[in-house]
Structures are given as C-alpha cells and as structure tokens.
Design a protein around this ligand. Structure first.
Ligand code: SME
Length: 164
C-alpha cells in the first residue's frame, strides 16, 4: 500500500495534500498555545493525511538531560523512549539541526530500530521562535525510500508555521 501510494501519487498531488493539511493544522491550532496539544494535533493530522506515514511523532529535548531526546506525542506502535544526541537518525537531526532523509534505515550508521517494520525515515528538527531546539519530528515508513525533498520541504514549512 505504501509503495502503491508513492508510485501513484504524483509530486503535485503530494504537494497539494501537504498544502491542504498545513492550512487545516493552522485553523485547528488557532489560539491554542499549549505545546503538547500543538504537537499531538500536528502528528495526528499529518499521520491521517498520508498512507506512507507508518510511525509519526516527536522526540523532545529533555530539560533535565539536555543532550538526550525523550519521546513526545506520537501515532503508531511503541517507540523507543530515549535517544542520545548524535545517535541514530533522530539524534543526528538533533545534533546537526538538519533534516535527515534516509532511504534505507538499515544502511544508516547507528540507526535505532524501534520497529523492524520501518524501512525508511525522515527526521526534521523542531526549532522555536527564539531559535532553541525543541526536539525533532520523526516519520517512519514501511516502504523503502518513501520520503523525498518534497516531504522535507513541507514538513520544515509546517513545523516552522506551528512552532517557530
Ligand atoms: N529510528 C529512529 C528511532 C526512533 S523510531 O523510529 C520511532 C532513529 O534511528 O532515530
């Protein structure tokens, strides 16, 4: 199913879907300042919009251990609770503050396999208005190479819109 989605949905259709969900997220979150509510809503609405999203959620900088991420709101099967900065795809995105698009998680050095069904992954840093790292947004897919520059561009835009 995930493969079929990627083969059948043209880039224009994917961009249109991201644009539509970005607007819906902005409308739903209008006037809601609570960070947990904002994260839960973003994860839920994005996960419901795309069939290639298998695990969708946030890993947050732990205020008590600032070089460790702790799991936040997510959709999907049980995720790992903690990830050190620099470890795996999430830790790399957090340490470098750059989006990671991984076509084959098995080939990524230090990849943390929370669920063996995950085949590819995108992780986008989440940065607040003051420029501080809040955490990362992580999406896994059961299909290999499910994410591309379009996913990266739109997720960066949506996360900036909601948390920046
Ligand atoms: N695969 C991730 C760990 C988090 S889970 O996929 C939910 C990583 O290597 O960062």
């Amino acid at each position: 199913m995930a493969e079929a989605f990627n083969e059948l949905v043209l880039p224009d259709a994917k961009a249109a879907r991201y644009a539509a969900v970005a607007e819906e997220i902005a409308a739903v979150l209008e006037g809601e300042p609570n960070l947990t509510a904002r994260m839960a809503t973003v994860g839920s609405m994005l996960a419901a919009s795309f069939e290639h999203y298998f695990w969708t959620g946030f890993y947050l900088v732990d205020p008590g251990k600032p070089d460790e991420l702790v799991v936040g709101p997510y959709q999907g099967a049980l995720g790992c609770l903690r990830i050190a900065f620099g470890r795996g795809v999430c830790g790399t995105a957090a340490a470098t503050r750059t989006t990671q698009v991984v076509d084959d998680v098995g080939a990524f050095p230090g990849h943390i396999a929370c669920d063996s069904r995950s085949a590819s992954e995108i992780v986008v840093p989440v940065i607040d208005r003051a420029g501080a790292l809040i955490g990362v947004f992580d999406v896994d897919s059961e299909a290999p190479a499910a994410f591309d520059d379009l996913d990266a561009e739109w997720l960066e835009r949506i996360l900036k819109q909601v948390f920046g």
